[in-house]
Design a protein around this ligand. Structure first.
Ligand code: IPM
Ligand code: MG
Length: 386
């Protein structure tokens, strides 16, 4: 055998072994953690990079305000985790330094600011994205992203598979020789069943009538084909819910079809298509800066802003003017997830009033507008007045 092929094959063997271990782990972790049974629920607060610490701090203040009684009674505790910065990650040459990972694992749920993702050509070593690594390390398999534009009849919830697909081995592709490079995409039975079930359960509990499966199974036949088939199998357990399936290319078009798009409710997608489609979808709502995102696993859950870390704002001393809306929306999702639905609704409502209705303060990202702290105060005042 050609030497380059032999070396590549060895690497592939190792990757398959790792994936088999991951499947075994998934099979052994069937149950969701029940928050009601905990003596004390620990909420981790992770600032991240760039504007992350500034905006996350504002969301943290709002959570402390809403959970004041629970903290006093000892039912809830906050744990601020520093150190998930690009400087530390570069120093450790790891997507998440070991000490930070250990601290994350002491929490039940995490609120996370944006983290800088190194890419080829920038000054940082090309290590894996901290986001992607956290999703894998904590097995946060369901990336739930809601998008709502009530005046246009848009009310979508995306269930993006978060640990497999093109991301499973995204930083483990193989340069076989100078001519050939190969990446891999992975679909597992267990991994697809759990995301499909999460989406259908959500639809059932929330009175949604339709679930839409998005793949490119006509071309990516093996992995997307499997994803589609398994989703359809799971759908049979939910006969009351209508199911349709679309290919990702036409789906991106249908989201801008005003007549068609209001018919969609819940989506299930493999990782990469979910990444792309949720950015497009968030744009209708005012851009990725307005959207929150939940990453749910059986043991852990992490809630994050879906925009970047905007290092330029920090360089120019403007981080205090950064808009904390996205991370505050994520904080509302966190509250709902840990069982404080009423507090979550209050926060959502106050956010709607502050950003869409009353708009007493406007954030411009510069000293021409309000600071994030002033905005968070405004949100808390609005909650008090509800
Ligand atoms: C997202 C982001 C991440 C992703 C990046 C930062 C790695 O785009 O959360 O959608 O691709 O998942
Ligand atoms: Mg994305």
């Amino acid at each position: 055998m050609n030497e380059a092929i032999r070396i590549a094959t060895e690497k592939f063997t190792k990757l398959l072994e790792e994936q088999m271990q991951r499947v075994e782990k998934m099979k052994s972790e069937k149950e969701f953690l029940n928050y009601d049974e905990l003596d004390k629920l620990v909420i981790g607060i992770v600032g991240g990079d760039g504007i992350g610490p500034a905006i996350t701090n504002e969301a943290h203040r709002i959570l402390e305000f809403l959970l004041k009684d629970e903290v006093e009674k000892g039912k809830v505790a906050f744990k601020v985790i520093d150190g998930l910065t690009i400087e530390n990650r570069a120093k450790a040459m790891k997507a998440i330094p070991d000490d930070v990972l250990q601290e994350l694992k002491q929490c039940h749920v995490i609120l996370k600011g944006p983290t800088t993702t190194p890419r080829a050509g920038d000054p940082w070593p090309n290590i894996e994205s901290a986001n992607v690594a956290m999703r894998k390390e904590l097995d946060l398999f369901a990336n739930v992203r809601p998008v709502k534009v009530p005046e246009q009849g848009i009310d979508w919830t995306f269930f993006r598979e978060n640990t497999e697909g093109a991301y499973a081995l995204g930083s483990k592709g193989v340069h076989v020789d100078n001519d050939i490079s190969v990446d891999f995409t992975v679909t597992t039975t267990e991994g697809t069943e759990r995301i499909a079930r999460a989406a259908f359960e959500y639809a059932k509990k929330n009175g949604k009538k339709r679930v839409t499966i998005v793949t490119k199974a006509n071309v990516v036949k093996t992995t997307d084909g499997k994803f589609l088939n398994i989703c359809k199998e799971i759908a049979k357990e939910y006969p009351e819910i209508e199911v349709d399936d679309w290919y990702i290319d036409i789906m991106t078009a249908k989201l801008i079809d005003e007549k068609r798009r209001t018919q969609f409710e819940v989506f299930i997608l493999p990782n990469l298509y979910g990444d792309i489609l949720t950015d497009e979808a968030a744009e209708f709502q005012g851009g990725v800066g307005t959207a929150g995102s939940a990453n749910i696993g059986k043991r852990y859950a992490m809630f994050e802003a879906i925009h970047g870390s905007a290092p330029r704002m920090v360089d120019e001393g403007r981080d205090k003017y950064a808009d904390p809306s996205s991370i505050i929306r994520a904080a509302a999702m966190l509250l709902a997830h840990i069982g404080y639905a009423e507090k979550a609704q209050k926060l959502e409502k106050a956010m709607d009033i502050c950003t869409n209705v009353e708009k007493k303060l406007v954030i411009t990202g510069r000293d021409t507008g309000a600071t994030g702290a002033e905005f968070a105060d405004y949100v808390m005042e609005t909650i008090k007045a509800l």
